[in-house]
Write a protein that binds this ligand. Structure first.
Ligand code: HEM
Length: 497
């Protein structure tokens, strides 16, 4: 063996040891990487969940945005057929979870109610509520608790709601007179229902200031009504800032600027109404009996002023919800003349032909009540509720739901699920007569959630129920309604809700 040979051998030996060292290094790195991947994939939350729920992959940056239709609840329901009742997807930069079964909602909004007690508030709503100061936008905490307590005990207490019955009645009777004056002529139901709901809302808000105002009252109503409609559209408009929070400061669609303009107008109207009321209270203190307000018939403004001198009673704005419900109920009945007759016959029997509907009649209108419930099943006013935002990472159906995600509850999909409801897509109010007592608005039956559930359940249920039943009964009792000649059916999408 020559030195060269030896050196070759030596070199070979060195090379071999180098290559074995580098393979060991590679092996170590590969192991570390594998451990990291396994750890990442199988990392568990405190409760043991590993993975995000299944869902569509989506595109980089855009996520699933380009693939969804304008009715998010319908697109989500279609996707849930592939990915299941607990699904995840990205909308822009935002990770979203969609729940579409009673079991998933129960595990989330009942079993982990406190974690899911925050609403995920759109940017425009934050502006509308002066930085999230109203009850719907306030984070779950002391401020929200105080607002909820005041609302339930004062604004929406049975005593306040009962006390305002005379004012509501006056408004509805005005509407009935208007309808009777147009007998035989076509009526724009949408406008009629909007005006009735708005006027009832206004009298409850600050009715005492509107009394004896005639034309001025109508002008104020029109101006404010238009502004509120625009504001509601703004709240519902898809906003790039919500999908890409980092871009929110640019307000690319100008929605925040428009909301600020609405606030200026609303502030002007609120301020003038409040100033006038304060002057009325002053006159009353000085002994003018005309300015005195019956303690029992205090409108919301008075309740608030008596309480904390708070200038912005905001919760009643959500009464706009009742308008959509009324339109759907009338549309379903117009599409179904037999059921229209059954409903009208019940009202006539309870109220009497020729008599006006009064709120005392409502508890005896059981079929009408079933019509309202069935309408809310097929057309929930908030088909995805108000999205929630978990305050900590948690587990639902074995999947990881990270803190801060936007959680949609697809009530629309649950209400139309054939595995949950018999003949799910049919309008059949009778089902609520048979199921009376088992399916209610309390949010405890997770297959029926028109008012939500848990800590953030709608506090306006009894007022909404009363207003809708009263307006609907009055409409149906005031005339015989039919579709215009040539119109066979109202499309269930045509109301644009
Ligand atoms: C048909 C009429 C109405 C429907 C369908 C409706 C439905 C809802 C729904 C689904 C929620 C979200 C609940 C959740 O997140 O689980 C909600 C919240 C709320 N509703 Fe209603 N609502 C109606 C009328 C009213 C009325 C008349 C008022 C007040 C006068 C009102 C005041 C509120 C408030 C303040 C919240 C937020 C509660 C909170 O965040 O704690 N709603 N409503």
């Amino acid at each position: 063996m020559t030195p060269n040979t030896l050196s070759w051998w030596r070199n070979g030996e060195e090379d071999e040891s180098k290559s074995s060292a580098s393979s060991s290094l590679m092996a170590v790195l590969a192991t570390v990487l594998a451990v990291f991947i396994v750890f990442y994939l199988f990392r568990r939350t405190k409760n043991g969940a590993r993975l995000l729920p299944p869902g569509p992959r989506g595109l980089p940056l855009l996520g699933s945005l380009p693939f969804l239709g304008s009715d998010l609840h319908v697109s989500f329901a279609e996707l849930a057929r592939t990915y299941g009742p607990v699904m995840s997807l990205r909308l822009g930069a935002k990770l979203c979870i969609v729940l579409s079964s009673p079991e998933a909602v129960k595990e989330t909004l009942r079993d982990q109610d406190a974690i899911f007690a925050n609403h995920d508030v759109p940017v425009v709503a934050l502006v509308q509520t002066y930085g999230g100061k109203d009850m719907t936008c306030a984070p779950y905490g002391p401020q929200w608790r105080m607002l909820r307590k005041v609302t339930m005990r004062q604004l929406l207490s049975p005593a306040t709601i009962d006390g305002l019955s005379v004012m509501r009645q006056g408004e509805i009777w005005r509407m009935v007179e208007e309808i009777r004056g147009k007998a035989g002529q076509p009526v724009n139901l949408r406008e009629l229902v909007s005006a009735a709901t708005f006027n009832v809302t206004m009298v409850m808000l600050w009715g005492a200031s509107l009394a004896h105002k005639g034309e001025e009252r109508d002008a104020l109503g029109r101006e404010f009504g238009k502004a509120v409609e625009d504001m509601v559209d703004l709240l519902g408009a898809p906003n790039i800032s919500d999908f890409y929070p980092a871009l929110a400061w640019l307000d690319l669609q100008g929605l925040v600027r428009r909301m600020r303009r609405f606030l200026l107008l609303a502030d002007r109207i609120f301020n003038s109404v409040i100033e006038e009321r304060l002057m009325m209270m002053e006159s009353c203190r000085e002994g003018d009996p005309a300015a005195a307000m019956d303690k029992k018939n205090r409108d919301f403004l008075q309740v608030m002023l008596d309480l904390v001198q708070n200038p912005e009673p905001q919760a009643p704005m959500t009464m706009d919800n009742t308008k959509g419900l009324l339109q759907w109920a009338m549309a379903e009945l117009l599409n179904d003349p037999e059921r229209m007759k059954t409903t009208q016959a019940e009202i006539a029997a309870v109220v009497g032909e020729g008599n006006a509907v009064e709120e005392v009649h409502l508890p005896r209108l059981r079929y009408l009540d079933a019509v309202v419930r069935e309408t809310l099943r097929l057309h929930p006013v908030l088909p995805l509720l108000v999205p929630r935002r978990p305050s900590t990472t948690c587990t639902v159906a074995g999947y990881r739901i990270p803190e801060g995600t936007k959680v949609f509850v697809n009530v629309w999909a649950i209400h139309r699920d054939p595995q949950v409801w018999e003949n799910a897509s049919e309008f059949k109010p009778e089902r609520f007569l048979h199921e009376a007592g088992t399916v209610d608005y309390s949010g405890n039956t997770f297959r029926y959630l028109p008012f939500g559930t848990g800590r953030r359940i709608c506090p306006g249920i009894s007022l909404a129920e009363r207003m809708v039943m009263f307006i609907l009964a009055s409409l149906l009792h005031s005339a015989d309604w039919t579709l215009p000649a040539g119109v066979a059916l109202i499309s269930t999408r045509s109301l644009g809700l």
